[in-house]
Design a binder for this molecule. Sequence first.
Ligand SMILES: C[S@@+](CC[C@H](N)C(=O)[O-])C[C@H]1O[C@@H](n2cnc3c(N)ncnc32)[C@H](O)[C@@H]1O
Length: 278
Amino acid sequence: MRTKCGSNGKIDSCDIRVIRADCLAWMKKQQDNSVDLVFGSPPYPEKGIRYQGRLENRKTEEWVEWMLELTKEAVRISSGMVLWVVNGSVRNHRYLPACEGLLWKWYEQGGWSERSCIWHKNPLPNRLHWFVNAWEFVLAFKKPNTRSRFYWKSIAHPPLKKGTQSFQQRDTYGRRGIRKTCQPKRLVRPRDVLKIPVGGGLLGHPLAHENEAPFPLKLALHFVKACSQPGETVLDPFAGSGTTLQACMETGRKGIGLDVRDSQVKLAKRRIADVEKN
Ligand SMILES: C[S@@+](CC[C@H](N)C(=O)[O-])C[C@H]1O[C@@H](n2cnc3c(N)ncnc32)[C@H](O)[C@@H]1O
């Protein structure tokens, strides 16, 4: 699907495309630096990954291997950042093994990254919402010497529960955090954490709820604006309901959304058509 969008009067037109494809296979066919930002939320290991359309539960290690290959491809085809929104935080506010494994392997193989960002699904009034974990990481990868273009305010260490002994965060060089600089008080400056309300239909579009794990439009808007310029191309390899694509439409970016499931491709198309209409 290709659609034109007249985004808030600044850009005359922009392209939005939704493609049904396995993202790894698709990315392998793309040229170096053919997009300007990759932003998306991969399926989590315990929820099952769709390899070529088949749903399979994979162990953490297998997820890490898959995401490593995918991240390499994404970094190759992106002239800017590659950002993965991953539910990385559990009750003790540490990276889940999957997140840490991915970052660690990435550093081991000489990859570069930025400090992860944290966003907080702002208090859910009645706790009946489907979100279980309130904190999520945005893992940030890039080529060496790529200007990160991070203007966000929320680059921060993950919060650390008081009394937790070891701190799993790695710095840009893959080193574990040094205790001295990782005291809980200094770790989390509340103003550094991006807070986005998500309960009560605040995801940004009613159709978002037809995906099993959407992120809010505000989150996509934040990173799309922080890490790309109007007119540039943003790729979401896991488009789902098309949240990133809506953010692209609203800010005058070209958007490419991939999803391996036909149902999600149709959903994203419906959402784009609706946004365009309204
Ligand atoms: C966490 S959801 C993304 C939700 C999306 N950010 C939104 O706001 O609606 C992950 C999506 O990735 C898709 N997916 C899973 N494996 C894939 C693959 N190998 N290639 C492309 N898409 C895949 C799933 O179908 C699912 O819709």
